[in-house]
Design a protein around this ligand. Structure first.
Ligand code: FAD
Length: 412
């Protein structure tokens, strides 16, 4: 395969498969999920303040860091937990069960680890690109493992729904690196991340670059207020970049590889979905306890549980969760390089289903549990608000999924 090679990455045109080091056995998926489950009740308790004050869940991240989870998707040979993309999905779901905003922001961090790790290993790179990438990602992974560096992924600019389109942020080549200038909206983890990994373009190049801007460096500024409907703990303010310097070595993937990954392994754009699957599960947890009358601070007694019309609604909710879960995990567990149109339809349909079902389940939960369930000292009303936002997430928003599925199989 032909790959684009920039001057500072070497001129070799020959391509080659991964020369990455062999992976050691990763951590056990069930054990990872069990560790998060143990942290869950604390996350759920903190979620009230995080939501009310629209503040980043710093304490949850400290717990995740202490348990080694910032390095969840860092390969074991770099000192990480070595979770695969499919493992990450299960962990993300479990976090989302207790705090949607923690899960959603955790996605941004892990997506970078996966772009540079598991996904990069699948791509065609020249030997020189592979070598350069190995050195650069080694440093990035080490800083996550050793220093607890937190990464974010502000790609959105409000211009277009495509993963490879609507990027106006420019990177000018300068001595030793790039000067990045642009404006990213909804920069989740703003003020909390150490790195803002942005898509941008060098004038004259026909591909995007994924460059890692240091949050404390000159030229990076967070602006605008943050007082949204839901997912308030993501603190997704606006990132303004004015000639922010990014050394060559702070490029997440070699030039051209982000485009290759987006085209050949678009599955990574599903990585937001498990946080909403977890949110759906959290709504089920709430409803189960509420109907059984054993939820602290909520209506007591078993009359609601024994009411057939509430059992009907409860059944509908569980069926929707099972649909979401089955579709998401099936799509991810069968993910492979260069998916067919049929595989893409399955993937888009899975994300659409997870995102829309989250809100459907929340809506039904409010009806089934009833008036006393939506008071602010209980989590349901927050979950209801959080659940509405899944459909807005680009590049695979609900509308984008509908648009693409609507065109699929009609023209090929
Ligand atoms: C809580 C939260 C956290 C977020 N965190 C991040 C983050 O960390 N990183 C990040 O990159 N983004 C993030 N986003 C942004 C998100 O992914 C979308 O980019 C954003 O919601 C789009 O808003 P908009 O008003 O620009 O687009 P909208 O206009 O709302 O777009 C909605 C839909 O309109 C259609 N549309 C919009 N523009 C066009 C067009 N030009 N042509 C055709 N159809 C179009 C598409 O179908 C699209 O799905 C976050 C959003 C939220 C709500």
């Amino acid at each position: 395969m032909t790959v684009t090679v920039a001057p500072h990455e070497g001129q070799t045109a020959q391509t080659g498969q991964a020369a990455a080091p062999a992976r050691k056995a990763p951590a056990d998926r069930e054990a990872l999920v069990a560790q998060i489950r143990a942290l869950g009740p604390t996350f759920a308790e903190r979620a009230f303040t995080v939501d009310r004050e629209a503040v980043f869940p710093f304490a949850n991240y400290a717990d995740l860091r202490d348990a080694g989870f910032l390095a969840l998707c860092v390969p074991t040979e770099y000192g990480g937990l070595g979770a695969s993309y499919a493992d990450y999905m299960r962990v993300s779901e479990e976090i989302g069960r207790y705090c949607g905003a923690t899960a959603l922001t955790f996605n941004m961090h892990n997506a970078t680890m996966l772009w540079a790790g598991e996904v990069s290993d699948l791509l065609d790179m020249t030997p020189e690109q592979r070598e350069t990438h190995e050195r650069r990602r080694g440093a990035m992974f080490r800083s996550v493992v050793q220093d607890g560096t937190i990464h974010s992924q502000p790609f959105s600019e409000g211009l277009n729904p495509g993963a490879l389109a609507g990027v106006a942020t420019k990177a000018e080549v300068t001595e030793g690196g790039y000067l990045v200038t642009g404006r990213k909206i909804f920069a989740s983890l703003s003020g909390a991340a150490n790195r803002y990994n942005v898509t941008c373009q060098v004038p004259g190049e026909d591909f995007l670059r994924l460059l890692s801007v240091r949050a404390d460096g000159p030229g990076a500024e967070i602006v605008d207020d943050w007082d949204p409907l839901g997912m308030r703990g993501t603190v997704s303010r606006t990132l303004l970049l004015k000639e922010a310097f990014v050394p060559f070595d702070d490029e997440i993937m070699p030039g051209g590889m982000y485009d290759q990954a987006a085209n050949r392994y678009p599955y990574l754009f599903m990585s937001l979905a498990p946080s909403y699957l977890g949110l759906t599960r959290g709504i089920l947890d709430f409803t189960q306890s509420y109907l059984r009358g054993d939820l602290a601070g909520a209506a007591k007694g078993t009359a609601r549980r024994d009411n057939p019309i509430k059992q009907y609604g409860w059944a509908e909710m569980q069926i929707k969760y099972e649909q979401s879960r089955a579709m998401l995990y099936s799509a991810v567990d069968h993910a492979e390089l260069d998916p067919t149109e049929d595989q893409m339809v399955t993937a888009w349909a899975a994300v659409y289903t997870v995102m829309e079902n989250a809100n459907e389940v929340a809506r039904t939960a409010v009806r089934v549990c009833g008036g006393q369930s939506m008071l602010k000292h209980l989590p349901l009303e927050r979950m209801y608000r959080d659940s509405r936002l899944g459909a807005l997430m680009l590049p695979w928003s609900a509308e984008v999924a509908l648009e693409r599925i609507g065109k699929a199989r009609l023209y090929s």
